[in-house]
Structures are given as structure tokens and as C-alpha cells.
Write a protein that binds this ligand. Structure first.
Ligand SMILES: [Cu+2]
Length: 157
């Protein structure tokens, strides 16, 4: 009995480590927030993650903050006459119930503006996301190499 309990505790500890980059707040589940190193002199950095709404009502990502920048915006990237342009989503982004929205390079992304501490590869930084209904959640962004596209993050739990 005692032995089984110890094994159980060890397995639980391992599981906790393996899912360290997943976050849950209310009905919202967040997977693997990440960013990438920026070129020297850059004033903005992108943030990427997957947000899933496991509830039965829509929720909305309305804002956030990070320790690396003064300003935070939610951006959408679109093709505009053959040019990629990005614009801030002023009202935030709705996450429909049962839906999962992927923030990735070339699509929806978080934008950290007025960088005060540019992201450095391998050095995670802290951030906060704010949802209309679920409220605030503190997350940590892993930092990949400059230009990383996030393909290596197609992981499953
Ligand atoms: Cu942007």
C-alpha cells in the first residue's frame, strides 16, 4: 500500500511537470504560450498559444500584459491586396463554446509593443491574459529561436 502511494505521488509529480505549460481558468484552457527571439533593435514581439473554450457560453480574450513590454494587443494577420498586414482587434477575440483558437505566426497573435526587455531564446517570461468571463490568468511564455514557426509544438496530451 505504502509503496503504491509513493509510486502514485511520483507519477503525479511527473504529470505535473509534463503539463507545466497548460493553464486553466474557468472554462478556458490555454496550451503552450510561446514567443520568439527578436532581431536586434526590434520594438515588438509576437506571442502564440492555443485557447480552448470548454464551456457552454462564448468568452472573449479582451487583453493582457507581459513583463517584457509596456503594451499588449491582440492582432489579426490578413492578406490585403497581396500584402500581409496586421491589425489590432479592438474588441478582443471571441472564443466560441467548444472551439479552439490557435494563435500562430501568420494568423492571430498577441503583440507585445514597446519592448523593454526583448525576449531571449530559452528564457521564459511571464504574462497575464484577461478574459471577459473567465477573468485573469497568469501564464509563462517559452521563448523559441528567432523566426521559429511553432511547428515543433504539435504535441498532444
Ligand atoms: Cu502583430
Amino acid at each position: 500500500m505504502r509503496f503504491a502511494a509513493i509510486i502514485g505521488a511520483a507519477l503525479f509529480a511527473l504529470t505535473s511537470i509534463a503539463s507545466a505549460d497548460d493553464y486553466t481558468v474557468g472554462s478556458i484552457h490555454i496550451e503552450h504560450p510561446w514567443s520568439r527571439a527578436t532581431p536586434k533593435g526590434a520594438n515588438v514581439a509576437g506571442g502564440y498559444l492555443v485557447i480552448e473554450n470548454k464551456g457552454t457560453a462564448p468568452d472573449r480574450l479582451v487583453g493582457g500584459s507581459s513583463e517584457i513590454a509596456d503594451r499588449f494587443q491582440i492582432h489579426q494577420m490578413t492578406m490585403n491586396g497581396g500584402t500581409m498586414t496586421m491589425r489590432p482587434l479592438e474588441g478582443g477575440l471571441e472564443i466560441a463554446p467548444g472551439e479552439s483558437v490557435k494563435f500562430e505566426p501568420g494568423g492571430y497573435h498577441l503583440m507585445f509593443l514597446d519592448l523593454k526587455a526583448p525576449p531571449v531564446e530559452g528564457k521564459p517570461f511571464k504574462g497575464t491574459l484577461v478574459f471577459e468571463k473567465a477573468g485573469k490568468v497568469d501564464v509563462e511564455f517559452a521563448v523559441e529561436r528567432m523566426g521559429a514557426m511553432g511547428g515543433m509544438h504539435e504535441h498532444h496530451h
